[in-house]
Ligand binder design. Structure first.
Ligand SMILES: *[C@@H]1O[C@H](CO)[C@@H](O)[C@H](O)[C@H]1NC(C)=O
Ligand SMILES: *[C@@H]1O[C@H](CO)[C@@H](O)[C@H](O)[C@H]1NC(C)=O
Ligand SMILES: *[C@@H]1O[C@H](CO)[C@@H](O)[C@H](O)[C@H]1NC(C)=O
Ligand SMILES: *[C@@H]1O[C@H](CO)[C@@H](O)[C@H](O)[C@H]1NC(C)=O
Ligand SMILES: *[C@@H]1O[C@H](CO)[C@@H](O)[C@H](O)[C@H]1NC(C)=O
Ligand SMILES: *[C@@H]1O[C@H](CO)[C@@H](O)[C@H](O)[C@H]1NC(C)=O
Ligand SMILES: *[C@@H]1O[C@H](CO)[C@@H](O)[C@H](O)[C@H]1NC(C)=O
Length: 264
């Protein structure tokens, strides 16, 4: 019992040290913060904690934008909280002079990106943290095709956020890609190929990559029957199975026959 307790205390100490080490690694200077993933339409809290003690008189939250950053909220020691942008969606949650957080509700694709929290103190000067928000919407994908005489037209469609990537296997030179921005900010990509059926020697595969995950879609089997030069997998497989069966039966019969002969 005692040993166990000593060990667990030790383990806790080690854990605490680890956590502190990680904290310091992920801080910019003296502000601790963390990045967040949030689903489109969801709620999220961005938080910055000042590790060193300063006499803070103001915290400013900004959205980093190419061109110029956008002030979204401030908390002043005397004037209190003030939300400057997205008033209906942003709220301060935690406030102590060292610890600031904003809640964002009904997140949109425009909220995607990095933010900055700036702690102002005198005489130490500003301390900054930069939490980033990765907004996502799950992938929806489909494949469709049509046959025009000797040609095959196929569309591979993918909708999501961030933008999904589409590629074909074998790689198609003759592909047209269309990008659509949906009203909710998600992105649709449609990749169209137009190929001569006699050139299709193997299965056509559409590969969609979204948020590090890969989805494979093949053109339906019916398609393959119409491709003349495609490798006849099923007949060959059946043939092989038949040959093996014949051999096995042959061996069996032969052994049985031998046994019979011996028996006489
Ligand atoms: C987000 O918060 C709002 C209230 O601010 C709530 O009505 C809604 O259900 C929350 N949505 C999610 C996905 O948690
Ligand atoms: C922010 O909080 C105030 C009260 O603390 C509340 O009235 C308001 O509805 C909240 N806004 C959001 C967007 O959650
Ligand atoms: C902010 O979000 C957290 C959870 O992320 C929730 O516990 C808290 O009540 C929210 N605060 C406000 C003011 O909406
Ligand atoms: C969330 O925002 C979208 C637009 O970005 C809007 O159409 C929708 O009504 C909002 N939902 C809520 C619950 O406020
Ligand atoms: C592919 O998409 C285009 C444009 O969106 C459409 O005109 C065409 O009919 C589609 N083809 C197939 C095979 O779905
Ligand atoms: C998508 O494709 C573009 C160009 O082909 C490439 O730069 C980008 O890294 C790809 N993104 C993903 C998530 O694979
Ligand atoms: C956004 O729009 C796309 C296309 O209209 C739809 O497929 C997707 O479900 C929508 N996402 C959300 C979260 O409403």
């Amino acid at each position: 019992m005692r040993m166990k307790r000593i060990y667990s205390t030790r383990a806790l100490q080690d854990l605490a040290l680890c956590i502190i080490a990680v904290m310091f690694c992920s801080t910019q200077g003296t502000v601790m913060t963390n990045n967040q993933d949030v689903e489109l339409g969801g709620n999220v809290t961005l938080r910055c904690t000042l590790i060193q003690h300063h006499d803070i008189y103001q915290v400013t939250w900004k959205k980093i934008k190419t061109g110029n950053d956008e002030n979204i909220a401030t908390y002043n020691k005397d004037a209190g909280p003030s939300v400057l942008k997205y008033k209906d969606r942003i709220n301060f949650t935690v406030w102590s002079p060292q610890d600031s957080a904003i809640n964002l509700s009904n997140v949109s694709t425009e909220d995607n990106g990095c933010y900055q929290c700036i702690f102002l103190s005198f005489p130490e000067g500003p301390a900054m943290g930069q939490p980033c928000l990765s907004v996502y919407d799950d992938l929806k994908s489909s494949i469709s095709y049509n046959i025009f005489g000797n040609h095959l037209s196929a569309n591979c469609s993918a909708t999501g956020f961030p933008r999904p990537n589409i590629s074909w296997f074998p790689p198609e030179v003759d592909k047209k890609e269309t990008d659509i921005v949906n009203p909710n900010g998600t992105l649709s990509v449609i990749s169209n190929i137009f190929v001569s059926i006699s050139n299709v020697e193997q299965e056509l595969i559409c590969q969609v990559i979204h948020r590090g995950k890969t989805k494979i879609m093949k053109l339906p089997g019916k398609e393959k029957d119409q491709t003349k030069n495609s490798f006849p997998v099923v007949p060959v497989l059946l043939g092989v199975i038949l040959v093996i069966l014949v051999i096995v039966v042959g061996i069996c019969c032969w052994r049985r026959q031998r046994k019979k002969h011996r028996g006489f």
